[in-house]
Write a protein that binds this ligand. Structure first.
Ligand code: HEM
Ligand SMILES: [Cu+2]
Length: 594
């Protein structure tokens, strides 16, 4: 057995060296893409206009930030569908108290996979889809600072997903020897250290890979925003979305390597008999500290960019500039710094020193202040504005209203006495889903619709987009408000079955609320099916956009850099179709009167 493993390891090593050698020999494999570095912003370099190869080869070899953005988008969508199907199965199981649809071990596997997939394989990559595509356009750069690192960061993700999901595929193939990990997304020790299932190791390795990917991306964004800005873009007029991506990248840089180290320690505990997290000798609580020192910043890594998207998009349809722009930037930075000081609010019930608990409570309550500053700025931007209820605008408003519920429930949980009652109940699940589904996903939907004309050259079907909004808005509130009440009634989280003493909590109420949540989840699923259909169909055959300003942003003087780029492209293609002047068709530079 041991020699077999050794041989396999050597074989894999040789294979990796062969791949690296091959890659280093393939000359100029990205020669069709814009030159990187150099700091210039003119697009008149010779290589920039060479044609891209066609078909699959293009997508496998591309280093163009726009292509990579689209790859991230496709990847995030696939992950969202996987995570969504997992949770629908769980919700079906929970519609009745007994275990009747899936095995309990399957439920635990789905629970783990849902959480990990949504956070690491959907939310992080889907934000990267927009930052990769739009940050260079917004700051007037040719491309990212390191286009090849950009491509590598993306291509680490498919193997990461395969490793994370591996247990599901290998279970039938190995006769149950390797199963899906059943650790929940927090991977708490000692459970995760003692679960004798190689599926856990595969998942930990996959997670590690996704962390490496995110860190590489973060470094790239920091360098890009610092060094690749167009002469006219300075810190004072840098757009709000770029600010949030810069902050997010800083958080990733400090948080993800820490997760990576903790994952390695856990792998060592599992496979090499170290005792970092063991009950005898080590400390399971150490895992919680390390995990949450990463985990709390992670929630802001996910929420800051959608906040940036909404801060960017909302003013366009309110017909006025973002109220208190500077304070939105400051509050972003403040949240970024504070987010590293609140991790132990996830550990109030672990028996840590009460004085420590009180200080973490104080910092957690303080973090609500910059969050509220943002919320008031959005509301003030809407105030007396000329609102246009387009799909992106609807999602922005839904975002704000869900954020208020998600944020206020967070403040409740940050209070130690409240948390001791509600910890590990459905109240917590309701709280963070208001944020992750009601806020993060809503911000992403707003961005998908707002920028649709740029990345597809076409327009989406507006009626379907509004159906999408109303279905997910109603579904989200049904599902997760139901969960808040379930939590008050004492329903613990992470269980596949439930049974209550009627003297304490009426079973009918619990069952009815679970059924409500299940109905809500299916309403969300219908909305999402309409969304995917709309995006795919409109991308293929939606009406072509020939207007450089499809949202009429010039009327309110809010025509940003990316729409400028879009306008140039539209004009270029019209000129080219006319057989017009060469210079205009090939110049592609910024318009002088910008
Ligand atoms: C703004 C974006 C936010 C996101 C994305 C978010 C996300 C989350 C997540 C994912 C969890 C569950 C962790 C687990 O699996 O156990 C959680 C729990 C918690 N959140 Fe938030 N949250 C946000 C805002 C807040 C705010 C503003 C506060 C406090 C002021 C807060 C306080 C808490 C507390 C105390 C818990 C722990 C509850 C418990 O397990 O007992 N959150 N949050
Ligand atoms: Cu937290």
């Amino acid at each position: 057995m041991a020699t077999g493993q050794l041989a396999l390891t050597v074989l894999m090593g040789v294979f990796l060296i062969a791949v690296a050698a091959w890659l280093s020999r393939v000359e100029d494999w990205r020669s069709y893409a814009p030159l990187s570095g150099g700091g210039g912003y003119r697009r008149d370099t010779g290589t920039a206009h060479e044609e891209k190869p066609a078909g699959l080869i293009r997508w496998l070899t591309t280093v163009d930030h726009k292509d990579i953005g689209i790859l991230y988008g496709l990847y995030g969508t696939i992950a969202f569908i996987w995570g969504g199907l997992a949770v629908l199965l769980m919700r079906v199981e929970l519609a009745s108290p007994a275990q009747d649809v899936i095995e309990l071990s399957m439920y635990n596997g789905l629970l783990t996979s849902h959480g990990i997939t949504m956070l690491f394989l959907f939310a992080t990559p889907i934000i990267a889809a927009f930052s990769n595509y739009f940050i260079p356009l917004l700051i007037g750069a040719d491309d990212m600072a390191f286009p090849r690192i950009n491509a590598i960061a993306f291509w680490l993700l498919p193997p990461a997903a395969l490793l994370i999901w591996a247990g599901f595929f290998l279970d039938p193939l190995t006769g149950g020897q390797i199963q899906a990990a059943q650790t929940s997304w927090t991977m708490y020790t000692p459970l995760s250290a003692e679960q004798a299932n190689p599926g856990v190791d595969l998942m930990l390795l996959g997670l590690h890979l996704s962390g490496v990917s995110a860190t590489m991306g973060a470094i790239n964004f920091i360098v890009t925003i610092f060094t690749e800005r167009n002469d006219k873009v300075n810190w004072a007029n840098l757009d709000i979305f770029s600010w949030t991506i810069l902050t997010q990248s800083g958080l990733i840089l400090f948080a993800f390597p820490l997760l990576g180290s903790a994952l390695i320690m856990l792998l060592l505990d599992r496979n090499f008999a170290t005792t970092f997290f063991t009950v005898g000798g080590g400390s399971p609580i150490l895992w919680q500290h390390l995990f949450w020192f990463f985990g709390h910043p992670e929630v802001y890594i996910l929420v800051l960019p959608p906040m940036g998207m909404v801060s960017y998009i909302l003013p366009k349809f309110a017909g006025r500039k973002l109220f208190g722009f500077k304070f939105v930037v400051y509050s972003t930075l403040a949240i970024g710094v504070l987010s590293f000081g609140v991790w132990a609010h996830h550990m109030f019930s672990t028996g840590i020193d009460p004085r420590l608990r009180a200080s973490f409570m104080a910092v957690s309550l303080a973090i609500a202040i910059p969050s509220a500053v943002k919320t008031f700025n959005w509301i003030t931007t809407l105030w007396n504005g000329k609102l246009r209820m387009t799909a992106p605008m609807l999602f922005c408003i839904g975002f704000i209203s869900n954020f208020i519920i998600g944020g206020v429930t967070g403040v409740f949980l940050a209070a130690v006495p409240v948390d001791l009652v509600l910890h590990d109940t459905y109240y917590v699940v309701g709280h963070f889903h208001y944020i992750v589904m009601g806020v993060i996903a809503f911000g992403v939907f707003a961005a998908v619709y707002y920028w649709f004309p740029i990345y597809t050259g076409r327009m989406y079907q507006r009626t379907l987009a509004k159906w999408h909004f109303w279905l997910v808005m109603v579904g989200t509130n049904l599902t997760f408000f139901g969960m808040l009440i379930l939590g008050y009634l004492g329903m613990p989280r992470r269980y596949a079955t439930y049974d209550f003493n009627p003297a304490i909590t009426p079973m009918q109420a619990i069952t009815a609320l679970h059924q409500l949540a299940t109905v809500g989840a299916f309403i969300i699923a219908i909305g999402m099916a309409i969304f995917v259909w709309n995006i795919v169909m409109s991308w293929m055959e939606g009406p072509v956009i020939e207007d450089g300003d499809p949202w009429s942003l010039k009327d309110t003087n809010q025509h940003g850099h990316e729409w400028h780029w879009h306008e140039n492209r539209v004009n270029r293609s019209i000129v080219a179709a006319d057989g017009g002047e060469e210079e205009v068709a090939t110049d592609g530079g910024e318009v002088a009167d910008e």
